[in-house]
Write a protein that binds this ligand. Structure first.
Ligand code: SAM
Length: 237
């Protein structure tokens, strides 16, 4: 995905600003704080962290994603898997951290409770961990098979909150929505580009059938929907 990620995912500066605001309002980063963005991708949201924190570590398993993280004296990019960070096997990402962001990465991991427990151990006293992800079900204008596959694999945000509590954090779950409108053809091209990793489970033929299904359901020039996100905030005592 790395080559087309920002083109498809950044949506608009308004979306980035809105999401950055949602993240910063919860992580409450103060002067001198050390932050981590785990599964940072191209660093779209690390930028906001780095502006407030004294230092930010951004970690991603993909070198191609990390190569697009903007250079900054306050940012250290680390190529590593979240599982290794959680197990304390990554010397540059052992913390302790005051603020930790995991945006849309936990669903890529197997033992989510174990990963959350490991990462919670890297928080300083009073530190915050924020998991941002889609809810258990989405109402995107995708084809039915994609929506079903999503629901079958997406970890429920309430399970994430439970795992945080089991790891000794105080956890709070909130939702926020951002209204999106795309030109229908642009959205269909995003689907063809497999703009969600979920779409990589479909081959070209299945995807083209899916595109036709979406086109039939949305015959107009635009598709509009609400992008709802779950924010699970854990705080260390
Ligand atoms: C949907 S993207 C989210 C990127 C970024 N957090 C954002 O919101 O823009 C998921 C990212 O997780 C990374 N990733 C997937 N599995 C991972 C793992 N096991 N450890 C670390 N990063 C992983 C991918 O390389 C990708 O950059």
């Amino acid at each position: 995905l790395a080559a087309t990620y920002d083109e498809n995912w950044a949506y608009s500066s308004a979306f980035l600003e809105w999401m950055t605001g949602c993240i910063l309002a919860r992580l409450r980063i103060g002067d001198g704080d050390v932050a981590a963005d785990i599964g940072c991708g191209t660093g779209l949201f690390t930028r906001g962290l780095a502006e407030r924190a004294a230092a930010a570590v951004c970690v991603d398993a993909s070198e191609a994603m990390l190569a697009q993280v903007p250079a900054s004296g306050r940012l250290t990019a680390v190529a590593a898997r979240v599982e290794d960070v959680a197990a304390g096997r990554v010397p540059q990402a052992r913390g302790p951290f005051d603020a930790m962001l995991l945006k849309e990465v936990l669903h890529h991991t197997g033992d989510r409770a174990g990963v959350i427990a490991g990462l919670a151990g890297l928080l300083r006293s009073g530190g915050r961990m924020l998991v941002v992800q889609l809810p258990g079900r989405i109402s995107y204008p995708l084809f039915a098979a994609a929506l079903e596959l999503f629901a079958a694999h997406q970890p429920g945000p309430d399970q994430i909150a439970e795992s945080m509590r089991a790891a000794g954090l105080r956890a709070e779950l909130t939702y926020e929505s951002f209204p999106l409108t795309f030109g229908t053809e642009r959205y269909l091209q995003m689907v063809r580009n497999r703009y969600m990793s979920l779409l990589s489970y479909f081959d070209d033929e299945q995807l083209e059938a899916g595109v036709e299904e979406i086109r039939a359901a949305h015959p107009g020039k635009t598709v509009a929907f609400c992008d709802t996100f779950a924010f699970v905030l854990g705080a260390a005592a």
